[in-house]
Design a protein around this ligand. Structure first.
Ligand SMILES: C[S@@+](CC[C@H](N)C(=O)[O-])C[C@H]1O[C@@H](n2cnc3c(N)ncnc32)[C@H](O)[C@@H]1O
Length: 311
């Protein structure tokens, strides 16, 4: 390699132009399109595009596509980190650069204006549009991201694994327990790709889980099937660590007697008061019970949720 072909010389020669340095100062603050750069630098598009190409050829800028727009930003790698620190120091306080920053604010304000205008007029229709665009359960699924990624959670009466599938991406381990071979087979098929879910066949009244070994446990649409919910709650308390969380979702009291024959329900729902008493009797503290708003498409009875902490 001759001195003339040293990459550092390309880097330096790309910097040897005040306009290109102003561009880099702007691109260090924000990703910008060519037309935004034109507006800030008050230069024609052909000039800005030519200068951007010089900077890109010397690896000073990178770009990404967003829909039909292309956004440019400063790329700092290797020797460019030190070179840019020196250059930036020299540019500090220069009036052209300061004016650029003021015009940049105007450009960014214009960018925000479109979304501000939209929200100023869309408040009445946003909820419907949100559902149409994204469905109505994405937020509920995303909330699982607030779980501690070190947790082990027991999905008690896991059935076909719907809840385990939601929890598993966010925690260390999920242990699904169910008495039904058929339900567990369906869960196995659904959860085949997950590496942190263990399915165990067993009874909720004698859980195949060590005492004090899980951080949280859930009974999702399960308690109304159990002749003695109190026994299952006592088992949940046994397997939880001190301070461990319990989540129950079940039906509020209803009159659909036919569910007993059709689906083997033992209890026609639970009242908020019943839930609170059962949880307190099983040794849970911080008990909270909330009615859940029915989904638009739901045909079954209203649901409630209860949470508590193992003492
Ligand atoms: C209505 S399903 C709910 C499944 C799942 N939690 C869900 O939300 O889709 C109730 C599950 O509890 C299981 N189950 C009922 N009684 C049980 C018991 N005593 N021991 C273990 N599993 C039981 C059933 O096999 C069934 O899979």
């Amino acid at each position: 390699m001759t001195v003339a072909t040293l990459p550092l010389l390309d880097s330096l020669s790309a910097l040897a132009d005040p306009t290109r340095c102003r561009m880099l100062l702007l691109l260090e603050r924000h990703e910008l399109t060519v037309s935004e750069l034109c507006a800030v630098l008050q230069l024609p598009q052909s000039t800005v595009s030519r200068q951007l190409k010089t900077l890109a050829d010397a690896s000073w800028v990178t770009s990404r596509r967003d829909g039909t727009s292309r956004y440019y930003s400063l790329l700092l790698e290797g020797a460019h980190v030190q070179l840019w620190a020196l250059t930036r120091e020299q540019l500090a306080g220069k009036s052209a650069a300061e004016q650029d920053v003021r015009r940049l604010e105007r450009v960014l304000t214009a960018r925000r204006a479109a979304s501000e205008h939209f929200f100023a007029t869309a408040s009445g229709k946003w909820d419907k549009l949100r559902d149409e665009l994204f469905g109505n359960d994405f937020a509920f699924r995303a909330v699982a991201g607030l779980l501690d990624d070190e947790w082990t959670i027991a999905d008690l009466g896991c059935g076909t694994g719907a809840m385990s599938a939601i929890l598993a991406p966010h925690v260390k381990q999920v242990i699904g327990v169910d008495a039904s071979e058929e339900m567990l087979d369906a869960a196995k098929a659904r959860l085949a790709a997950a590496t942190n879910i263990e399915l165990r066949k067993g009874s909720l009244e004698a859980l195949p889980i060590f005492p004090g070994s899980v951080d949280a446990a859930t009974f999702m649409l399960v308690l109304h099937h159990l002749p003695s919910p109190a026994d299952a709650l006592a088992e949940a308390a046994r397997i939880l660590k001190p301070g461990g969380r319990l989540l129950i979702v079940d039906m509020a009291p209803h009159e659909k007697e036919e569910y007993r024959q059709q689906m083997g329900h033992v209890w026609l729902g639970f009242s908020e008061d019943q839930m609170k008493k059962m949880l307190a009797a099983a040794g849970f503290t911080h008990v909270r019970v909330h009615a859940l708003p029915p989904a638009h498409s739901a045909k079954g009875p209203a649901l409630l949720m209860a949470t508590g902490r193992k003492r």
